[in-house]
Design a binder for this molecule. Structure first.
Ligand SMILES: [Zn+2]
Length: 499
């Protein structure tokens, strides 16, 4: 369904016939917007040139009145949770504690146990469509649905994972399928309860065997770099320590990205200390499990020492602020993390909202509310050859926005093991364009456009989205959009309404 770039004929390998140039008014490359540059893609979907000289390129797509930016990476997604959007925004608890993450989780479990494999495909396709329409070109899917609702294995233990990968492929975005290990209900409670039986593979050798089968399948089926494997021990709550060690050893052997929910809730930290004598990140550090391929998702309730440990290990964190505010989780200490040069990726997690630029601005805005200050996070300077020149942060209108956009692009790509994240020669041709005359950003110039985009862009301003040289969104629309929405509406009716 993706629109392939022109093939260029039999002699394409020897000529430039297969090249396609996209020429916007402004192009974001090397941390700034430049005027008059085009991005040239080859037939395998790589950027081969960024140049003002595009006359020799036979196929030119002119994006007048638009700016091109590198595609964003959504590093933490549970695609099926799209089906409960709007269905958990009411008070259900009558107790003194009120509603919180744990009461929301009960609603999520109920939905998770009602979905057939085809339902999971439809829900995932809907979530990925919305991502594509907002400029997201890669996703890290933290996938923990493995079994039937009754807890029985499918004939193919990776049936549901393959449905999610199929959904990403049909929408046209890249996916790191982060296959999730889930072993027990909670700290010191060895077995899962009924609602979790769909997630559970209680023995590490079973999990690793199924995961290895999926790794080989993805290598065989998706050699073009559109889908690959990572592993995701769910949390220290759901995975005992011995199991955790084996999963990390497997991931390290194959150099896979490793994601894990860490320190999302204070109760999780308290119980981890009660079981292991250490908080979650301190435990991972003590066990020497943190490394440059590890991403700690959330990492909200952490100490200064734990930030040090993440920094020394060169681990990443993934902040999901639109979900974290929705669930009342707390505020990611992004200033502390950046002080330790810890890359911060971003995720839309529960999909209460899918707008990664909203996540980007929230990591700054939440700190403003907490500290009663403005512009808390440090500016990212443009990388130039003359770094010794005096830098005037006060006149750099897009410095803070560069920091946040770097999280949504380069740090996200690093976290899920994707190449790219920036518009550079040799990188995948993954990018999106925005309408410079959209009411949300109209009037911005090259110097303040990134700040306008990061802090105010309406998602409706996204016009084209290109992944691996394929234009999957054109004029703000995906070619399968109506069918995907129609199928999703039917699913929601089936799940929630008697019609
Ligand atoms: Zn999550």
């Amino acid at each position: 369904m993706n629109e392939a770039i022109p093939s260029g004929g039999d002699n394409a390998a020897q000529s430039d016939d297969h090249l396609v140039a996209y020429l916007p008014d402004l192009l974001y490359t090397e941390d700034r917007f430049a005027r008059g540059l085009g991005v040239v893609c080859d037939r395998v979907g790589r950027i081969v040139e960024i140049t003002a000289n595009i006359e020799r390129v036979p196929n030119v797509v002119r994006l007048s009145g638009q700016a091109i930016l590198p595609g964003m990476t959504n590093a933490h997604s549970h695609a099926f949770q799209r089906v409960i959007r709007g269905r958990t925004e009411m008070r259900t608890s009558t107790g003194a504690m009120g509603d919180n993450f744990w009461t929301w989780r009960t609603a999520m479990y109920e939905a998770a146990n009602r979905l057939s494999p085809e339902d999971i495909y439809d829900a995932s396709r809907m979530a990925f469509l919305e991502m594509a329409l907002s400029g997201i070109t890669s996703v890290g899917e933290f996938h923990y649905l493995h079994r039937t609702p009754e807890g029985a294995p499918y004939d193919d233990p990776n049936l549901l994972a393959k449905e999610v990968v199929r959904a990403a492929r049909d929408v046209g975005i890249r996916i790191a399928l982060l296959r999730t290990a889930y072993a027990r209900n909670n700290f010191r409670r060895p077995s899962a309860y009924l609602y979790q039986s769909r997630f559970t593979e209680p023995e590490p050798d079973i999990f690793i065997g199924h995961t290895e089968a999926l790794r080989r399948y993805l290598l065989r089926e998706d050699a073009n770099g559109m889908a690959w494997l990572g592993v995701a021990p769910h949390s220290v709550r759901a995975v005992p320590l011995d199991y955790l060690r084996e999963v990390f050893a497997y991931a390290n052997e194959h150099e896979l990205p490793i994601h894990m929910h860490v320190a999302e809730q204070p109760a999780e930290v308290d119980e981890c200390i009660a079981e292991h004598g250490r908080a979650p990140i301190a435990l991972l550090d003590f066990e020497e499990l943190l490394n440059e391929r590890t991403t700690c998702v959330h990492a909200i309730h952490i100490t200064q020492d734990e930030a040090n440990q993440l920094g020394w290990a060169k681990a990443s964190i993934c902040a999901c602020p639109t979900t974290e505010r929705n669930l009342g989780d707390g505020i990611v200490l992004a200033d502390l993390l950046l002080k330790h040069d810890i890359p911060i990726a971003l995720g839309t997690d529960s999909h209460a909202q899918i707008d990664l630029l909203e996540d980007a601005r929230e990591i700054e805005y939440h700190l403003r509310l907490q500290k009663l200050e403005r512009a808390v996070l440090r500016a990212r300077r443009v990388q130039t050859s003359s770094q010794n020149s005096t830098y005037d942060a006060a006149s750099d209108l897009s410095g803070l926005a560069r920091t946040l956009f770097h999280c949504a692009t380069t740090s996200g790509a690093r976290s899920i093991g994707a190449s790219g994240g920036a518009l550079d020669v040799g990188s995948p041709a993954d990018f999106f364009s925005v309408d410079l005359n959209d009411v949300s950003i109209a009037g911005a110039g090259a110097e303040d456009l990134l700040a306008a985009i990061v802090f105010t862009l309406s998602r409706a301003a996204v016009r084209s989205v290109v992944v691996g040289g394929n234009c999957i969104v054109r004029d703000g629309k995906h070619p399968a959009q109506e069918e995907i929405i129609s199928r999703f509406c039917a699913l929601q009716n089936k799940l929630w309404r008697k019609i």
